[in-house]
Design a protein around this ligand. Structure first.
Ligand code: ZN
Length: 387
């Protein structure tokens, strides 16, 4: 007997190469079976998903979910299960001095699965811009915090803006990289300096330091530090990084997604590895909303539904080293499932540069299943249609 049967939906699971009408059966918190026509009588509970899309639980690789620890944050469930997302990765809202609030307060009160990147700056985003001087970095304490929380911390974050980065440039990235490497973790590097203080050539200079599994976040930013040269061509260092297996993460946010940059990159054969929202309290109601709206934008920009789902499930799972547990609907994996639907209508969706695209279908969350628990999707904010 199954506990839950997700019946009759269009199941898209890129890792298993599936795009078909299938049923997904769950026992406890694990996927038990995925096949055609499982009888209703074999399950305690059935969710009818005809006309809907059933995918592995969506993972947001870059958002700010420190809840009440940091004012700019949202709580994990706002970015997570309330909008069809089963796993959220906090991208460095906290550094070693304040990280303890996550396991103590934020994670226990969330239904969404939560992982973190630890900011190299001790106070994380409670100081902005961070890294005003070297006293904001404590490598020993950073290493000790990571060692004590290996189950939650998946890498080290640095943003390429602020005083130290402006004065020391690639040296500070090198230091972060060496520290993370010793711990066997990737670095996540934010490009897009909206303060316009860093050297315009810094991205070219630090990209050769990045190795397989390191994450370049805000890859389609139009701000200083962009992967495009002034003539619109891609930095050769970016192409080389991509070939080495560096993760290209989009991290939409209020400031760092340009449709124009996306189109120029697509024309030159560059695709992102992962979609992510960079959701904060400031972008929740506009222009970001969250993952499904970000996925809708990339669908409208020309990526296929399969690609968009792969960039939001299997690829981010691999980026945090959790691909054996989440990111697919294979039997034995965690029973994290996103049930989505296409809403017809007309919307104008903005990037971070006040450019809009008009769309006629919106990917909307319907039901979230996290570790076998059924949670109705009730987004806190969603884009309003136009007439
Ligand atoms: Zn961010």
């Amino acid at each position: 007997m199954y506990d839950l049967l997700i019946k009759g939906g269009r199941v898209i699971d890129p890792l298993q190469n599936l795009d078909d009408t299938l049923d997904v059966a769950i026992i406890g918190d694990k996927i038990a079976a995925i096949t055609e026509d499982i009888p209703r009588q074999q399950s305690q509970k059935v969710i009818d998903t005809r006309g809907k899309i059933v995918t592995p639980g969506i993972i947001d690789l870059h958002c700010h979910v420190a809840g009440s620890l940091i004012t700019m944050s949202v709580d994990p469930d706002t970015a997570g299960v309330k909008q069809g997302v089963t796993t959220v990765v906090d991208a460095g809202s906290t550094g070693e001095a304040i990280f303890n609030g996550f396991p103590r307060y934020v994670i226990p009160s969330s239904r969404t699965r939560v992982f973190c990147f630890l900011h190299i700056s001790s106070q994380g985003h409670s100081v902005r811009p961070e890294l005003r001087d070297w006293q904001e970095i404590n490598l020993d304490a950073t290493i000790a915090t990571i060692e004590a929380h290996r189950d939650v911390i998946k890498g080290v974050k640095i943003r390429l803006l602020g005083n130290i980065v402006a004065s020391s440039g690639v040296e500070v990235v090198d230091m972060v990289k060496k520290t993370a490497k010793k711990l066997g973790l990737p670095i996540m590097v934010h490009i897009g300096d909206y303060y316009e203080k860093i050297s315009p050539t810094l991205t070219q200079e630090f990209l050769p330091l990045m190795e397989r599994g390191d994450i370049l976040t805000h890859v389609f930013t139009a701000k200083r530090g962009s992967i495009l040269r002034p003539d619109g061509t891609i930095l050769p260092e970016l192409r080389e990084a991509m070939e080495r297996g560096v993760v290209l993460d989009i991290a939409h946010g209020r400031r760092n997604l340009s449709y124009d940059v996306v189109r120029k990159c697509m024309d030159q054969g560059i695709s992102p590895t992962t979609l992510s929202s960079d959701l904060t309290a400031m972008s929740l109601s506009h222009p970001v909303y969250g993952m499904t709206v970000t996925m809708t934008k990339f669908l409208a920009l020309g990526f296929s539904i399969r690609q968009v789902i792969e960039m939001s499930t299997a690829n981010p799972a691999r980026a945090i080293g959790e691909e054996k547990r989440i990111g697919s609907l294979k039997p034995e994996m965690e029973a994290d499932v996103s049930i989505l639907e296409f809403l017809p209508g007309k919307w104008k969706l903005e990037d971070a540069e006040q450019q809009t695209i008009e769309i006629d279908r919106l990917i909307a969350p319907s039901v979230t299943v996290k570790a076998g628990q059924v949670i109705p999707a009730e987004p806190v904010a969603k884009p309003q249609p136009i007439n």
